[in-house]
Design a protein around this ligand. Structure first.
Ligand code: NCD
Length: 317
């Protein structure tokens, strides 16, 4: 089994041993970075010569894009990034698909791509000649976020199996929720949601997921609480049937919920967080919050994926 030259497209694609390999390398990179503030010395330098990862983000991103770039630089791998679409030839009418095909024609060693829901793009990226990492596609998939969330839960709680993960908020429009459902369940966690009807998914994957109608009963049940931003840019309806004030009142993780939450529980949020809407400032800064740990782990997890996909020789300590 090897992830060399593999594409990372869905949260459901991994074997158990692949997940173990990814987590073990993430752990090694994180521990070594804590000791030495670098990880590049673990990588066989010959393999790094001229390695280039290309990044194409057609939707906004802070954490995912910059953590892939930071991860690559930490390894000694170079990146090229299509950051500002208004200065790319897309402003002249070129499509996303042609843009991707042209980036691949430059023969990078891997491509990281983020795009809105598009079956055409899903098909194009499956057929590219370079390994592709999905940095978030539409409302469907965000496999690297699911991996880093699972790694963060395991690190904080010592295990994933048996953990009770409550996902609160705009579940139906969230690729993070979809990929996490797949990843966390296969690793043995129980997943439940708390969302207004408009944000509750009804497709078969979510059929037998427990639904809490009020956040307080959900939070009493949970050992892990994951808050989600309202995905306004993906809403087709003009209003969600709830005022913002009512939404906050019913679905925000705030002081009242913090009191009900397990003292050993952890709070996650994939970011970007909108303080005061889905999560209060107090909850973000609570001692149980692992929101910035998720961001930190994202760098080492993505470094592990890049190293495995590029087939870099990593010295095991
Ligand atoms: C999320 C995304 O883009 O799917 N952010 C991320 O990658 N960490 C979540 C969001 O935009 O709300």
């Amino acid at each position: 089994m090897s992830l060399k030259n593999a594409s990372i497209l869905t949260a459901g694609q991994f074997s158990d041993s692949e997940i173990e390999t990814i987590f073990a390398l993430t752990r090694q990179f994180k521990d070594e970075f804590q000791r030495k503030k670098r990880i590049d010395h673990l990588v066989e330098s010959d393999g790094l010569r001229q390695r280039i990862v290309s990044l194409a983000f057609f939707e906004p991103s802070t954490r995912t894009r910059l953590s892939f770039q930071t991860a690559a630089y930490r390894l000694g791998v170079k990146t090229v990034s299509l950051d500002n679409l208004s200065v790319s030839s897309m402003s002249k009418g070129e499509s996303q698909m042609d843009t991707v095909k042209n980036l691949v024609a430059m023969q990078p060693d891997a491509l990281v791509v983020r795009y809105g829901t598009s079956q055409d793009m899903d098909e194009v990226i499956r057929k590219l000649e370079v390994p592709v990492i999905n940095g978030g596609s539409g409302i469907q998939e965000h496999p690297t976020q699911a991996l880093l969330d699972a790694f963060t839960i395991k690190e904080a709680k010592g295990k994933i199996a048996g953990e009770k993960v409550l996902i609160i908020g705009d579940v139906v429009h969230s690729r993070v929720a979809n990929s996490n459902l797949t990843m966390l369940r296969r690793l043995g966690a129980e997943v439940a949601i708390c969302a207004p009807e408009e944000f509750t998914p009804h497709n078969k994957e979510w059929n037998d997921v427990k639904v809490f109608s009020d956040v307080n009963s959900g939070i009493r049940w949970a050992s892990v609480c994951m808050c989600l931003r309202i995905q306004k840019e993906r809403h087709t309806m003009s209003n969600i049937g709830l005022s913002m004030a009512a939404y906050r009142e019913r679905y925000r993780l705030g002081s009242a919920q913090l009191k009900l939450f397990d003292k050993d529980g952890i709070i996650l949020h994939p970011g970007p967080a909108v303080r005061g809407v889905e999560i209060s400032s107090r909850a973000m800064e609570d001692s149980r919050s692992r929101i910035l740990t998720q961001v930190q782990n994202g760098v080492f997890l993505r470094a592990a994926l890049i190293a495995l996909i590029l087939g870099l020789e990593v010295r095991r300590l």
